[in-house]
Ligand binder design. Structure first.
Ligand code: NDP
Length: 283
């Protein structure tokens, strides 16, 4: 069965979306990137993740072009730099993102990582953006469990809709505390680098004998195995970046891959779950 994830406000989405880091950097790839994003939407990969940071706004422009005439078919996420996350600056940063994305609202707006602006100020800015109809929901990214506890203690902090964090087979630290607590609070996690692009161990993953054998037995690619593994748990959505239609279609098919407990045990032998609290991995 095709896996889904439910965000607050009863928004249910396919558990794989699309990333956009590095899009918009090379004009010669622009058409290909747009075609990949549109193919992803057609395969049901509804969530598109971008940020003012990516290609200095260029990725948002690519996404905006991909969404021309089909804005409502996507669930659009962008992110604000921590140094733009103050009460006034965040409004202006969001307006610039909206203009590059050629839309008048974001479905979700995230604080990209924690900076020196007090959380309280960022929450007020997010609430203002919601009241103005510029964003539907807000969340955070790269917050470890202690940051989440601080956030939840702030007035309005419980409205945080998600935390976008690094999660892939070779980086399982969030399974110890962050993931279980977010699951318990029904806050979905967005897994970035699900294919371990920025992770040190990508080569090890791709060339791991046991993983390759398992993928072969299941008739899937290693990329599909990695994605299906990331979304095997409740409340996790993976946002792989793919800039070809073939990759996007391959990734979408991973929504229907599941694992037996024996298969999961084999994977655990190669890449064991954490046995204690580890610092949150970031890119
Ligand atoms: P990913 O783990 O998604 O890896 C992307 C790489 O995998 C690309 O080189 C892509 O190649 C390749 N790829 C995609 N699909 C396949 C496939 N089926 N088979 C083989 N290779 C494939 O890394 P990202 O760093 O891009 O992370 C995903 C997204 O998460 C980002 O794009 C961004 O939106 C978000 N992110 C958020 C961060 C944060 O701090 N909040 C930090 C980092 C990422 P190709 O392009 O050629 O298809």
């Amino acid at each position: 069965m095709s896996k889904t994830v439910t965000f607050p406000q009863a928004i249910t989405l396919p558990a794989i979306g699309q990333g956009s880091w590095y899009m918009g950097e090379d004009p010669s790839l622009r058409k290909k990137e747009i075609a990949a994003l549109q193919a992803g939407l057609e395969c049901g990969l509804k969530l598109i993740d971008t940020a003012e940071m990516y290609a200095d706004g260029g990725a948002e422009q690519v996404v905006g072009e991909a969404l021309s005439g089909r804005r409502d078919s996507a669930w659009l996420v962008s992110k604000v730099y921590p140094w733009h996350a103050g009460e006034v600056d965040a409004i202006e940063a969001c307006e610039r993102s909206l203009s590059r994305l050629k839309t008048d609202y974001l479905d979700l707006y995230l604080l990209h990582w924690r900076g020196s602006v007090p959380l309280e100020e960022t929450i007020r800015a997010m609430e203002t953006l919601q009241q103005q109809g510029k964003i539907r929901q807000w969340g955070v990214s790269n917050f470890d469990i202690d940051d989440m506890h601080e956030l939840w203690q702030e007035a309005g902090g419980n409205a945080c809709a998600t935390n976008q964090v690094l999660y892939h087979l070779a980086s399982r630290g969030i399974e110890y505390a962050l993931l279980p607590e977010c699951q318990q609070r029904q806050i979905p996690l967005m897994a970035y680098c699900p294919l371990a692009q920025a992770g040190r161990l990508r080569r090890d993953l791709l060339h791991n004998g046991a993983l390759n054998q398992l993928a072969q037995q299941k008739g899937i690619s290693i990329a599909q195995l990695l994605l299906a593994w990331v979304i095997r748990k409740e409340g996790v959505i993976a946002i792989p970046k793919a800039s070809s239609v073939a990759h996007v279609q391959e990734n979408a098919a991973a929504l229907n891959v599941s694992f037996s407990s024996e298969e999961l045990a084999t994977i655990n032998q190669q890449f064991p779950p954490p046995t204690g609290k580890l610092p949150l991995d970031v890119v």
